[in-house]
Design a protein. Structure first.
Length: 367
């Protein structure tokens, strides 16, 4: 509470005050996202003429908005992840901050996602078969988010060529760490970590579950499970943090995401090694580093693709006071970002080819 009564009574009186920011999350049309760090707000209050009080202020906040909110392929207003985020936000705000609430959010969100997706697909199937196939493909495409991720990392690379402060700012949108003092090498490391870690979430896991259920049950069930995966990943992205506000309610969303990514993350690591071989990078070191460092990260899954990438590029990826992956000797220059992007693209293509080959073999066997 700020008392401005003395200023209101005195024309041309000015004062500077500080106030504590009380809110713990940032709300947008994409949902609510946790505030990881915040500074007191600095206020300047001035009583101007004509009974007008002008209040201006500024504060620094660090908000964690994960890359899965990157919605380039489908317009934001109609993207399913936006609606998933809104459901999760409403449930979180309504329920108490407990582990049981987190479990209810998991069950309720996935139930709503399944029911709505089912209704849309059934209605479209009854209207027109081609319309159903088109919208089914469109819905399925919303579970992938690799293109924007690559573009975001490319933008950071371009920013490094122009101004390091601009690169720090761009990097802050992708990671939860403090980027204000990062050197070029640390920005490069953070960019490569973000890119390689999200190969699993952005393309391998959705494809894995689409293929896993699509092969025996068809596209209908593969879309349902792909949407469940994306909803679960979104819940983890919004709630799965060990902050005071989220450590309890985010427990089950985080555990579910760890479970769903367990197998795909390990598959991703080996496909990164395969990609390194294709690109003539150091695939042997990629394998060695993955074996030794994959479980050195707080997440049981993210270390596989990051460690394999570090080994392939002969670099060391570092998040201060959290982990160091690899024993590479090459300098972390911005050119390494290009190589990491190449690995990401080839890894994705190789896995897509694998899925297509499996489907082709399955079709041939049924003929």
């Amino acid at each position: 509470m700020i008392d401005i009564s003395t200023i209101v009574k005195s024309i041309n009186k000015e004062t500077d005050l500080t106030a504590v920011l009380g809110f713990e999350s940032f709300s947008s049309r994409l949902g609510d996202f946790p505030i990881l760090k915040k500074s007191p707000i600095s206020l300047h209050i001035a009583n101007q003429e004509n009974a007008c009080v002008l209040i201006t202020g500024s504060a620094d906040i660090e908000v964690s908005i994960p890359c899965d909110r990157c919605l380039e392929e489908v317009p934001t207003k109609i993207h399913p992840v936006v609606y998933m985020g809104n459901i999760i936000s409403r449930l979180k705000n309504y329920l108490p901050n407990t582990r049981f609430s987190g479990l209810l959010i998991v069950l309720t969100t996935n139930f709503i996602v399944v029911v709505v997706t089912l209704l849309i697909l059934i209605i479209l199937m009854l209207i027109n078969q081609w319309l159903y196939l088109i919208f089914a493909a469109l819905i399925l495409s919303t579970t992938f988010s690799i293109n924007f991720l690559i573009k975001s990392v490319q933008d950071i690379q371009n920013d490094l060529n122009e101004d390091i402060n601009k690169a720090r700012k761009s990097m802050s949108y992708l990671v939860s760490r403090d980027t204000t003092q990062l050197t070029e090498s640390r920005i490069t490391s953070a960019a490569i970590e973000t890119l390689s870690e999200n190969i699993t979430d952005s393309i391998i896991s959705p494809l894995f579950y689409t293929a896993l259920l699509g092969l025996p049950f068809g596209i209908f069930f593969s879309i349902l499970f792909a949407m469940i995966y994306r909803a679960s990943n979104t819940m983890d992205a919004m709630l799965g943090y060990k902050t005071k506000e989220l450590i309890d309610v985010g427990y089950y969303p985080a555990k579910l995401d760890d479970l769903l990514n367990y197998i795909p993350a390990r598959i991703t690591g080996y496909y990164v090694i395969f990609a390194a071989f294709i690109l003539k990078y150091d695939y042997k070191q990629s394998y060695d580093v993955m074996k030794k460092y994959a479980l050195k990260t707080p997440s049981p899954n993210s270390g596989y693709s990051m460690a394999a990438t570090a080994g392939a590029l002969n670099i060391k990826l570092t998040k201060e006071n959290v982990y160091e992956l690899g024993y590479g000797t090459d300098k972390l220059t911005k050119d390494k970002i290009t190589q990491a992007i190449n690995i990401t693209k080839v890894t994705s293509i190789l896995f897509i080819i694998t899925i297509l080959v499996i489907y082709l073999i399955f079709i041939v066997l049924l003929m």
